[in-house]
Design a binder for this molecule. Structure first.
Ligand code: SF4
Length: 131
C-alpha cells in the first residue's frame, strides 16, 4: 500500500518532508530557503558579502558590519558560525520574491549546496509546488 502524502508541508515538521529529487527544485516554492542558514567566513567571502581582506578582521567588527548591512542576524561564538538574515516572512535575504530563485546561486553557501543530503532529514526536503 502506498503511503499517503501529508496534506501540507511544514518546514518545521520533518515528518511532512518528501524524498528529494533534483528536478523538483525547478517547480518548488523553495521552502528550504526559509530555514535558518548557517554560514562560515569562507562562504561570506564567496558570496561577496565581505572581501578576503575583511575576513581577516576581528570577528566582533565583522559581525557588527554584517548585521548593519542586513546580511546576518546572529553569530555563534561557540560554533563560529553566522546565521543569514531573513525577511519577515522567513525568506532568505537572497531569495528572489517572484520566481523563488537564489540571487547568488553560483556562490551560495555550503549549507545550501549540501542540502538536503546533509541536514535534519538527509535525502528528504520540504517540497511544495509553486502556484
Ligand atoms: S543563499 Fe540562496 S540557496 Fe541559500 S537559502 Fe538563501 S536563497 Fe536559498
Amino acid at each position: 500500500m502506498q503511503k499517503k502524502r501529508p496534506a501540507r508541508i511544514d518546514v518545521d515538521d520533518l515528518s511532512t518532508w518528501t524524498p528529494y529529487k533534483q528536478q523538483k527544485c525547478k517547480v518548488c516554492k523553495a521552502l528550504c530557503c526559509t530555514m535558518p542558514v548557517e554560514v562560515k567566513l569562507r562562504d561570506l567571502v564567496r558570496m561577496g558579502a565581505i572581501s578576503e581582506f575583511e575576513a581577516g578582521e576581528p570577528v566582533k567588527m565583522l559581525v557588527k558590519k554584517l548585521k548593519k548591512d542586513g546580511v546576518v542576524e546572529r553569530y555563534s561564538t561557540k560554533n563560529q558560525v553566522f546565521t543569514l538574515a531573513r525577511f519577515a516572512n522567513g525568506d532568505c535575504l537572497y531569495l528572489e520574491g517572484t520566481d523563488r530563485q537564489c540571487r547568488i546561486y553560483e556562490n551560495r553557501p555550503d549549507t545550501c549546496r549540501n542540502h538536503p543530503l546533509v541536514g535534519p532529514r538527509p535525502g528528504f526536503c520540504p517540497f511544495e509546488k509553486r502556484d
